[in-house]
Each structure stands twice: as C-alpha cells, then as structure tokens.
Write a protein that binds this ligand. Structure first.
Ligand code: NAP
Length: 288
C-alpha cells in the first residue's frame, strides 16, 4: 500500500465487478510499473462532486468514469478535452498541474477495434442502436472516419439530442440520420453494420435482452458489433450469427479504450494482448 505512488481508479455506481482493475493492473505489472495501482471508486450520484474534489489529495493522478457519471462529471472538472466535448461525455480523467482534465477514450477505442477487425469505415453504412454515452462515441468515431450513420433509439428524442451533440464535434462530412424504431424493417436492407450501443444484453440485469426485435428478421452477410462485453456472447450476437452475419463483441473496444487511458496516465504504450488476456481470465473466473 505504502509503495503505491500513482493511483488510478474507476468512478461509477455501482462500480463493483468491473473488468478494468484486472486489465489495467496486469498492464502496469507487465511494464514493471510497480508503483501504479488501479482500484474501484464506487460513487453514488450525490457524492460525485466531493469524489472529484478529494481525488488528487488521496493520491489519484487519473481515473476512468462509467455509468451513470459520464456526463454529470463534466461541470466538476477543470477542463474538457476535444475528444470528450465532441462525444459530450467523459470516460477518463488525468491530473494536469492543478486540475483534472476530462477525456473520452471510447471514441478512439471503438475506431481502433473496428479497424483491428478489418472493418473499413469509409462509406460504410452503419446503423447505431442507442443514444447514450456509448452511442455518442460510436457516432462520432464512425462519422469522422467517413461512415454514413443512422441512429435509432427506444426514445427517439434522445436520438435527436445525440444528433445535435455530435454534429458540433464532427470534423468531416456529417452524414447522419435519425429514424423511429418502427422504420427498422425498411432500413435494415440498406446497412453494412449494425452496432448495439444500448445496455440491452449487459450483465447482470439485462442479459436476456436484445435491442433487436424478434419480429424483424436479422439481415445476413453483414457485421453485427455489440459494445456489450459481459457476457462475451450476447443475445444480439446470437441473433446475428444465426442469420449468417459476422458477430463481434465489445471486449476488444474495452481493451482499446483502456489502453488509450493507460497511455494518457503513464505516457507509455501498454501491451493490449496482456490486457485482453487479463480481461478474459477475469470474466472466465467470474462465470456469470
Ligand atoms: N465495450 C466498451 O468498451 C464499452 C464502452 C462504453 C459502453 N459500453 C457498454 O455500452 C452500453 C451502453 O452504455 P452507455 O454508457 O451508452 O449507457 P447509457 O448512457 O445509460 O445509455 C443506455 C442506452 O441503452 C438504451 N437501452 C437500455 N435498455 C434498452 C432496451 N432494453 N432496449 C433498447 N434500448 C435500451 C437506452 O435507451 P433510452 O434512451 O430509450 O432509455 C440508451 O440509449 C453498456 O452496456 C455499456 O457497458 C461498452
């Protein structure tokens, strides 16, 4: 405990059972960073401001931020980096001189993982399901890489909020449309990739759910990307695979966003294989 000079942690509510400590601590160990440690910082919403205020004096030089704080934390930070402004959400903090700066490494993570899976984003026709923080990052990342994006969300007003927020952060052609959920059947023949950016399918409460309605046949020969990483195979992924589409889970993105945060904190490149194996081992041992 006394040998730890640099602390980082996960601010969320709840924050228990996260994969991140296993993944980040394995990367610190791999690079011989024995005085770094990643732990959990469970923070109920009414304690968020105090958490940020006290963080640095408790030895923390950075943090990750997760549900439900990714937007609510923004007013408590000293400044917001461009990546987080565009996504209208913060998932990483780094202490710089006198205050915490908010970044968003999900935007990098989603693009890096799609590219490492060989997905060419230029002119790709993508359908994003969801309109929360993860969907903001996905729409921003894919639009900036030249994709055409359609957004559908359970509550369409949130999809329009996402449209307006991301429009401010896009640096290339803004090729984004919003549709009602009822239009899904028509749109589906015109997409190359469908991305689940909702919480449907996520352990522990939503494992039985999928954002894809049973009454709409899942298309074949396309890519289905699920941001959900726990369980590693979701109901949405099974619907896609059963229809003859390629299903990719969210673990690769989790590693990429974590690697980008690691780099911001330490200035070093972590070994993403080590991080992926640590995440897989953790999930294997957890046996949800
Ligand atoms: N792989 C990664 O690295 C990574 C990174 C970030 C997030 N994620 C995952 O992405 C998911 C979304 O995270 P978030 O931060 O965007 O959460 P969020 O801001 O709370 O947004 C949740 C979204 O899910 C929708 N939703 C929830 N349950 C649904 C259901 N049963 N059917 C259809 N839509 C549903 C909500 O729709 P309404 O607006 O209509 O309520 C909203 O659009 C989480 O599971 C998270 O773990 C993964």
């Amino acid at each position: 405990m006394g040998d730890i000079k640099h602390r980082v942690g996960l601010i969320g509510w709840p924050a228990d059972h996260s994969v991140s400590p296993a993944m980040q601590n394995a990367a610190f160990k791999d690079l011989g960073l024995a005085d770094w440690e990643y732990d959990l910082l469970p923070t109920p919403p009414n304690e968020l401001e105090v958490r940020v205020k006290n963080l640095h004096e408790r030895g923390y030089v950075g943090a990750n931020v997760t549900v439900p704080h990714k937007q609510k934390i923004m007013p408590f930070l000293g400044s917001i980096a461009l990546s987080a402004r565009g996504a209208n959400a913060v998932n990483t903090l780094i202490w710089e001189e006198h205050h915490f700066v908010g970044h968003n490494t999900d935007v990098f993570g989603i693009r890096a993982d799609l590219e490492s899976n060989g997905v060419d984003l230029k002119n790709l026709r993508a359908l994003v399901l969801g309109a929360g923080g993860a969907a903001h990052a996905a729409v921003l990342a894919m639009t900036n890489a030249g994709a055409q994006v359609t957004i559908i969300n359970r509550h369409s007003q949130r999809a329009w909020d996402l449209y307006r927020n991301v429009k401010r952060g896009v640096t290339s052609k803004f090729n984004v449309a919003v549709h009602e959920r009822s239009a899904l059947g028509k749109i589906v023949s015109q997409v190359d990739l469908i991305m689940n950016c909702t919480s449907a399918g996520m352990w522990p409460h939503y494992v039985q759910e999928s954002p894809w309605p049973d009454e709409v046949p899942f298309p074949s020969g396309i890519i289905a990307y699920d941001m959900v990483y726990r369980p590693t195979v979701t109901r949405f992924m099974r619907q896609a695979a059963d229809a003859g589409s390629r299903a990719i889970g969210g673990l690769g993105m989790l590693v990429q966003q974590g690697a980008a945060a690691f780099h911001l904190w330490t200035g070093k490149e972590p070994n993403t294989e080590v991080m992926l194996n640590a995440a897989k081992n953790y999930l294997e041992e957890a046996k949800d």
